[in-house]
Design a protein around this ligand. Structure first.
Ligand SMILES: Cc1ncc(COP(=O)(O)O)c(C=O)c1O
Length: 372
């Protein structure tokens, strides 16, 4: 089997595995305990908090551990807007955010009377920053725009949007699940107030992530999980020491950064070959991370391929047993039902090998001959 689905989740890096397994064996006490073992684990957790903070130009007191990016997004959006209702009830986001952001926004619309403006992308999958700026109003309490789209790899203009939010005193949240460690992020330079990240997208363990909150102690946030005061009272529950230490090892490991150029070369070559065999690229030509490419092949049955092939990748459309729904992201960039069903998302990782992609191309050519 050949794994080409790193944007969905990634295997553990060796350094992460070593630290994770060590911590599962040794760091079993409750890090809130006052005894020696508890205090040692708590210190190590604080060290990871600092590693995370340093990686985005933040203070360690601004990092809250969560179970992943979905929970971080919930804490950022629901937590902030529900605690600041007097500031206004208008939110701006995009129509191609991850499903969890859209679900949070639908919940706020339905249950709390918020008005949400969903900005559509341009045909290349990139949001026009001017569309976001024009949608800003006096009662806009939050703008939430993802850094990199998970289906297309398109990079959004968060620097321009962040500046506009700063000038208008509007909080700016960024879902960086797909960009963290692939694009350098400095929360001050980009004027980001809240940033969501997830360990399993960067070869860390599943079930751990974090939310950066600027000036956390001065910011009113409603907890999403009430508990015994952990994480500044914002996120109750015993901290999962091994997962946090594994997350820290993933952040410190330079493999993602060190393999960037090779992944980029592989992506460029693969795109060229796809065009040569009569396919098309749904991802943008520029402003796209090299780790994700969304392709389209004529007469191709992506659902069948994903379900049966030994090349493990994702489909552009989401299927349920009752009906086939096309991917809302591909629909938003103008693809019709059959084009979306001919689309595949491939995502590349650190153990890339062009030979694997050549065998995938060979498979595509065989399938093309079969269909014609
Ligand atoms: C852009 C984006 N946001 C959020 C998530 C959810 O992350 P997690 O699995 O850590 O909750 C994902 C994962 O697919 C993602 O790609």
């Amino acid at each position: 089997m050949i794994y080409l689905d790193f944007a969905a989740s990634s295997p553990l890096l060796p350094s992460v595995r070593t630290e994770l397994f060590r911590a599962f064996e040794e760091e079993y006490s409750n890090p809130s305990s006052a005894h020696k073992l508890g205090r040692t684990s708590a210190e190590k957790i604080e060290n990871v908090r600092k590693i995370l903070a340093d990686s985005i130009g933040a203070y360690k007191s601004e990092i809250v551990f969560t179970s992943g990016a979905s929970e971080a997004n919930n804490l950022a959006i629901k937590g902030y807007v529900l605690a600041n209702q007097q500031k206004g009830k208008h939110i701006i986001t995009s129509s191609i955010e991850h499903k969890c952001i859209l679900a949070i926004c639908h919940f706020l619309e339905k249950e709390h009377g918020y008005e949400i403006t969903y900005i559509s992308p341009q045909k290349n999958g990139i949001i026009d920053s001017q569309d976001v700026i024009q949608a800003m109003r006096d009662d806009t309490v939050l703008v939430s725009i993802m850094h990199v789209n998970n289906e297309l790899g398109s990079i959004q203009p968060i620097e321009v949007i962040g500046k506009a939010c700063f000038e208008r005193n509007i909080k700016f949240h960024v879902d960086a699940a797909q960009s963290y460690k692939k694009i350098a992020i400095d929360v001050d330079e980009l004027n980001i107030d809240m940033l969501s990240i997830s360990a399993h997208k960067i070869y860390g363990p599943k079930g751990i992530g974090a939310l950066y909150i600027r000036d956390l102690r001065e910011t009113r946030i409603q907890p999403v999980i009430h508990g015994a005061g952990q994480e500044y009272g914002l996120r109750g529950g015993t901290l999962p020491t091994p997962l946090i230490l594994g997350f820290g090892a993933a952040v410190e490991d330079p493999t993602i950064e060190n393999t960037y150029t090779e992944v980029n070369n592989l992506n460029c070559l693969f795109r060229t070959k796809i065009i040569e065999i009569g396919g098309a690229i749904n991802s943008p030509d520029i402003k796209c991370i090299p780790h994700i490419v969304n392709i389209r092949l004529p007469k191709f049955d992506a659902a069948h391929f994903v379900g049966t092939s030994d090349f493990l990748c994702s489909q552009g459309s989401a299927c349920s047993s009752m009906n086939i729904e096309i991917s809302y992201v591909l629909a938003e960039i103008g693809l019709n039902f059959s084009e979306a069903n001919q689309s595949l998302r491939l995502s590349f990782g650190v153990d890339h090998d062009f030979k694997n992609l050549l065998s995938l191309l060979k498979k595509f050519i065989e399938l093309k001959q079969y269909h014609s």
